[in-house]
Design a protein around this ligand. Structure first.
Ligand code: URA
Length: 272
């Protein structure tokens, strides 16, 4: 347990420890901001402007209440469908304000690597390092992912990497199902625009969101599955495997992930 506020006589090190215990995991500015005072001045959180779809929803229901998640997901689906290139998709995602995560993160983490590569890897959501740098998998789990890729002869010039959710959930919590639902049209369109030969799903979140499967990743991993979309010419073979962050916590499972990556290499070789 920690006390509610640090005493005036703490050393810098004790103060830092107190911040870490209190859950502070990054600094975002040099000058402290009193958010309580600004909230009082501003009153309730400023509503963002309603999109045409939201206006249509409240007009048809006559309710004037917040649109449902389903209506908001329709908005993200429309926006995603209107994108015909990766730069357009990036711009649309950066401009989208329908997901609450956008208000607490620093950046939209779009993707890294080579979009012309045969293999596209999809993780869950950015962490603190990714949010700061605007690139996926650049923290501790990214370093492990880079090593895993290297074992099968790949790096970021021969693989393409992104996440289901492009905005960091605060405190690195798991994205809520509703947040995943809002982001799903963007990642689906992302896959269609990249049209990779092979997909690798890193962890249970991308596997269940994109394959609509409820089993644990321990049951899904290691088996080729088909990822289908009506706008892809054919189903894409997808390999679910463990998330690198999980492997850092549970190194015993690295050998299973290693087998999965070998299966990916074999499949890539069969394409050549
Ligand atoms: N974990 C993820 O799922 N994605 C990242 O980009 C970083 C960590």
């Amino acid at each position: 347990m920690f006390s509610a506020a640090p005493s005036a006589r703490l050393t810098s090190e004790q103060l830092l420890r107190w911040y870490v215990q209190a859950g502070v995991d990054e600094t975002v500015g040099e000058i402290p901001v009193n958010r309580y005072a600004s909230a009082q001045v501003a009153g309730a959180a400023k509503p963002r402007p309603a999109s045409p779809q939201q206006l249509a929803t409240s007009a048809t229901t006559g309710s004037g209440r917040q649109p449902t998640i389903a209506a908001e997901a329709t908005t993200s689906a429309h926006l995603a469908m209107e994108c015909h290139s990766l730069p357009e998709l990036r711009v649309a995602m950066e401009a989208y304000e329908g997901c609450g995560l956008k208000r607490t993160c620093q950046r939209t983490v779009f993707a890294d690597g080579n979009p012309a590569a045969s293999v596209m890897l999809i993780g869950e959501a950015p962490g603190a390092d990714e949010d700061r740098l605007g690139l996926p998998f650049v923290g501790a789990s990214g370093k492990l992912l880079d090593r895993m890729l290297a074992t099968i002869g790949l790096d970021r010039s021969s693989a393409y990497i992104t996440n289901v959710v492009p905005w960091r959930p605060p405190g690195n919590r798991k994205p809520e199902p509703t947040e995943v639902e809002l982001c799903l049209p963007f990642i689906e369109r992302h896959i269609e625009l990249v049209a990779p030969a092979i997909l690798v799903f890193l962890g249970g979140a991308p596997a269940s969101a994109l394959l609509a499967r409820q089993e644990a990743i321990s049951r899904l991993r290691g088996r080729w599955m088909d990822y289908s979309s009506s706008r892809l010419p054919r189903p894409v073979p997808a390999m679910p495997t463990y998330h690198p962050a999980y492997l850092l916590r549970t190194p015993l499972h690295k050998r299973d992930a290693w087998r999965d990556f070998l299966a990916v290499r074999k499949r890539l070789e069969s394409l050549r």
